[in-house]
Design a binder for this molecule. Structure first.
Ligand SMILES: C[S@@+](CC[C@H](N)C(=O)[O-])C[C@H]1O[C@@H](n2cnc3c(N)ncnc32)[C@H](O)[C@@H]1O
Length: 285
């Protein structure tokens, strides 16, 4: 059997299973098995396929047909142009989150500074920012040690040396950690989905850990907590930037304003949805 024929077979199986992108999924899974890129596959698709590749591809297609996320099957997802290793212990980085990275970069002058990423997961936000601002010191924290180890491994693999990671329940471990006490920017894409949200039963989300997705208080509890606690870790005139659900912008803005932040604003993603809200701390040092 040729690689092209195997690809068609996989594509048909995924199409029947209801995958929204059967051809792309099949190509990504097959190139993963082959250790090649898609350009190679388009050029050499008439080559015969060995038994091992065929069996491995069949197993991955079956798992994908079952709904498992491509990024968990290949163990990788690109974010901000960086190939990140993924794991079932944390969220698969989403393109939407690039809005938050962009907003942080726009507020980060090229002079040295410090950024804190709360709930870092794969390290996606911290590493994207660190790669663009090598003169900045970046710290990422996560409550799950598996996520912290993953973010550290991603930093090592990408050769990013200005980002460090530690295990912490939000700000708790920062006081005793050998990292700076205050930051110019604090960013987070925290859990913000309500536990009764029907989206939790759809698509990739079904396979991601609830600890990365769900927050109490209709999804707002962690957002409120970060807003009320971040002042103590921000420099005077530092900025807190948070990703949230599109229906949460108004509640999050209100929380920033009640929390004493200045120049509060929400930013829209490429789809025009308000997905990031930010505010400036005006506390005395
Ligand atoms: C929505 S995911 C975001 C992951 C990553 N920042 C991204 O954008 O892809 C939320 C992350 O927050 C972490 N988290 C949840 N509760 C936390 C807590 N109390 N303290 C620190 N991190 C927490 C989860 O483990 C998860 O990695």
């Amino acid at each position: 059997m040729t690689l092209d024929a195997l690809l068609i077979e996989g594509c048909q199986r995924l199409s029947i299973a209801g995958s929204p992108s059967p051809r792309l999924d099949a190509e990504v899974l097959l190139t993963h098995c082959l250790g090649r890129d898609r350009a190679w596959l388009y050029t050499w698709g008439d080559q015969a396929c060995d038994t091992w590749t065929r069996a491995r591809f069949a197993a991955l297609v079956a798992a994908r047909a079952d709904g498992q996320p491509i990024a968990y099957l290949t163990g990788e997802r690109e974010f901000w142009g960086l190939p990140l290793t993924t794991s079932r212990h944390t969220l698969i980085p989403r393109p939407d989150t690039e809005t938050l990275v962009e907003a942080a970069l726009q507020r980060a002058p090229y002079a040295p500074g410090a950024l804190l990423d709360m709930g870092t997961g794969t390290g996606a936000i911290a590493l994207a920012f660190a790669s663009e601002r090598p003169g900045w010191e970046v710290v990422g924290v996560d409550v799950r040690h598996e996520a912290v180890e993953l973010a550290m491994a991603n930093a090592r693999r990408l050769g990013i040396t200005n980002a460090t990671f530690l295990c912490s329940h939000w700000f708790t471990a920062l006081a005793s950690a050998p990292v700076r006490a205050r930051f110019d920017l604090i960013v987070a894409n925290p859990p913000y989905v309500a536990d009764n949200d029907p989206h939790l039963e759809q698509g990739d989300v079904r396979f991601e850990p609830r600890s990365a997705l769900v927050a109490a208080g209709q999804g707002l509890a962690d957002l409120h907590y970060l807003i009320s606690s971040a002042h103590a870790f921000l420099h005077p005139h530092g900025c807190l930037l948070l990703e949230h659900g599109c229906a949460q912008a108004s509640a999050v803005r209100q929380s920033f304003i009640s929390g004493g932040y200045k120049n509060v604003e929400s930013l829209s993603d490429l789809a025009g949805q308000e997905r990031v809200t930010l505010g400036w701390s005006m506390t005395s040092p």
